[in-house]
Ligand binder design. Structure first.
Ligand SMILES: [Fe+2]
Length: 390
C-alpha cells in the first residue's frame, strides 16, 4: 500500500476512499486515478499524497490506516463548536463535548492498535486546522498508549492534542492563512496562539482539568529551552505537552504548508529522531512504533542500491522493515527474490536510500511477477505473518 504523490499516481488504483470535509465521497477505493481526478484532488482539495494498490503485490494492501470516519467527523464538529464558543464568547461551556470527542479518539486508536497509522498523509486542505488538531490528538493518543499512560491520562493528553492550537482561532485570518512565509512581526503575532489558547481554555472551558490548558500553553516549548513562550527546559515542560509537541510537529511536517511541500513519513520521523535536543526521545520512539514509516508495499532502495519492497514492519525498529529484494543495483531482477529482515541485516543495508514511489520501468518490465508474489507469500509465511503458503 504505497503512499505516493498524487501527480505520480495517475493510472494506479486507489486503496482507500477519499472523502471531502462533509463526508462526501470524492473517489472510491478501487478506482483507477485519471489525470483529471489527480488535478482536481490537488487543485481543489489540496491533496498531495495518496495510497495506491501495489500493482505487483496486491495482497499487501492494508485497509485500515485512518481514523474511523465517524470519529473524525464528530471530533471536527466538536472542535468547530469549541472554536465558535471561543471566537464569539457565547459563554456556552463546550467542555463536555470536547471531552467526549477525545474519549472517542482514544477508543478508536485503542481499537486500531497494531495497525500502522497514516493519518498525516491522507488529508485535504479543507479545514486544515481542524484536521491538524484531530490528527495531533490521535498521534498523542498513540504515543500515550505506547508510554503506558492510564486511561484517564490518555484522555487528557488526547484532549490536549485536540485543543493545543485553539488559540489560532483568535489569530487574524490574514496571518493565519497567509500564503508564503510570515514576516518576523507576523510570526510574533502567530506565536501568541499558545498564550491565547491557554486563556481561552481557562475562560471558556473552565471545567477542563488544568493539564489541558498547560498543553496549549507549552506545546511549542522545546527540551533545550529554545521554544516559546517561556523557554522552559526538559521536565519543566509538562509531560503531556512534551508528547503533544512530537505529535504536532510530525503532523505539521507531513502536511502541505504554503512554504513547503508535505514530507513523506520517513523523512518526518528522521527529523524528529535527529533532534533529540528538541523532542523527547521516548515519545518519538513510541510514535515511530505506531506510524507507517515505510508503509507495507513501499518500494525502497537499500544502502547497496538494490531495490526492495517492504513486506512488513518491525515494531521495535520501524526504520528497518522486513523487505523482499527484487532487483540489484543495476535494476536487474534478483531470482528468486530474497527476503531480508533489515533489523537483523541492518548494518550493511541501512539507511534506506530513497523510498521510491513506483517500480522503475525496466524493473517492472523484466520482473517475474508471479515469482515475486510467491516469494513474498513464502517470506511472510516463514515469518509467521499468517499468510497462506502457496
Ligand atoms: Fe501550535
Amino acid at each position: 500500500m504505497p503512499v505516493i504523490p498524487v501527480d505520480r499516481a495517475v493510472g494506479q488504483r486507489l486503496s482507500h476512499t477519499i472523502r471531502s470535509r462533509d463526508g462526501r465521497v470524492l473517489l472510491r477505493a478501487g478506482v483507477v486515478l485519471t489525470a483529471h481526478d489527480a488535478r482536481r484532488l490537488q487543485d481543489t482539495f489540496g491533496m498531495r499524497y495518496i495510497l495506491v494498490h501495489n500493482e505487483v503485490l496486491p495482497d499487501l494492501d492494508v485497509q485500515d490506516v485512518d481514523l474511523d470516519e465517524r470519529v473524525r467527523q464528530d471530533a471536527m464538529n466538536s472542535l468547530r463548536t469549541t472554536i465558535d464558543v471561543v471566537r464569539r464568547r457565547t459563554g456556552k461551556d463546550a467542555s463536555v463535548q470536547a471531552f467526549r470527542a477525545a474519549e472517542s479518539i482514544v477508543e478508536a486508536v485503542l481499537s486500531a492498535d497494531g495497525v500502522p497509522m497514516a493519518l498525516a498523509v491522507l488529508r485535504t486542505k479543507e479545514d486544515d486546522l481542524l484536521q491538524h488538531c484531530v490528527n495531533t490528538a490521535a498521534y498523542s493518543a498513540l504515543i500515550g498508549i505506547g508510554a503506558g499512560l492510564a486511561r484517564r491520562e490518555l484522555e487528557l493528553v488526547t484532549l490536549g492534542g485536540l485543543l493545543h492550537d485553539l488559540g489560532k482561532a483568535l489569530i487574524p485570518v490574514e496571518i493565519l492563512a497567509k500564503p508564503g512565509r510570515l514576516t518576523p512581526a507576523e510570526r510574533e503575532v502567530m506565536n501568541r496562539h499558545s498564550q491565547l489558547g491557554f486563556e481561552a481554555i481557562s475562560r471558556d472551558l473552565p471545567t477542563l482539568p488544568a493539564q489541558v490548558a498547560a498543553v496549549a500553553y507549552q506545546h511549542h516549548e522545546r527540551l533545550n529551552g529554545s521554544g516559546y513562550p517561556e523557554g522552559m527546559r526538559g521536565e519543566q515542560i509538562h509531560r503531556f505537552a512534551r508528547i503533544v509537541a512530537v505529535a504536532d510537529v510530525y503532523d505539521a511536517l507531513c502536511a502541505m504548508r504554503p512554504y513547503k511541500p508535505p514530507w513523506p513519513p520517513h523523512r518526518a520521523v528522521a527529523f524528529l529522531v535527529h533532534h533529540p535536543e528538541l523532542f523527547e526521545r521516548d515519545s518519538v520512539y513510541q510514535l515511530m512504533r505506531k506510524v507507517a514509516v515505510y508503509p507495507t508495499g513501499t518500494i525502497v532502495r537499500l544502502a547497496d542500491r538494490s531495490l526492495a519492497v517492504v513486506l512488513s514492519q518491525n515494531a521495535d525498529h520501524p526504520e528497518a522493515p522486513f523487505v523482499l529484494v527484487v532487483a540489484d543495483h543495476a535494476n536487474v531482477p534478483v531470482t528468486p527474490p530474497r527476503a531480508v529482515d533489515l533489523a537483523v541485516a541492518g548494518a550493511d543495508l541501512l539507511p534506506i536510500h530513497t523510498a521510491s514511489w513506483r517500480w522503475p520501468r525496466e524493473v517492472r518490465a523484466a520482473l517475474d511477477i508471479e515469482g515475486v508474489r510467491a516469494a513474498a507469500r513464502a517470506a511472510l509465511f516463514d515469518r509467521g505473518a499468517g499468510a497462506t503458503r502457496p
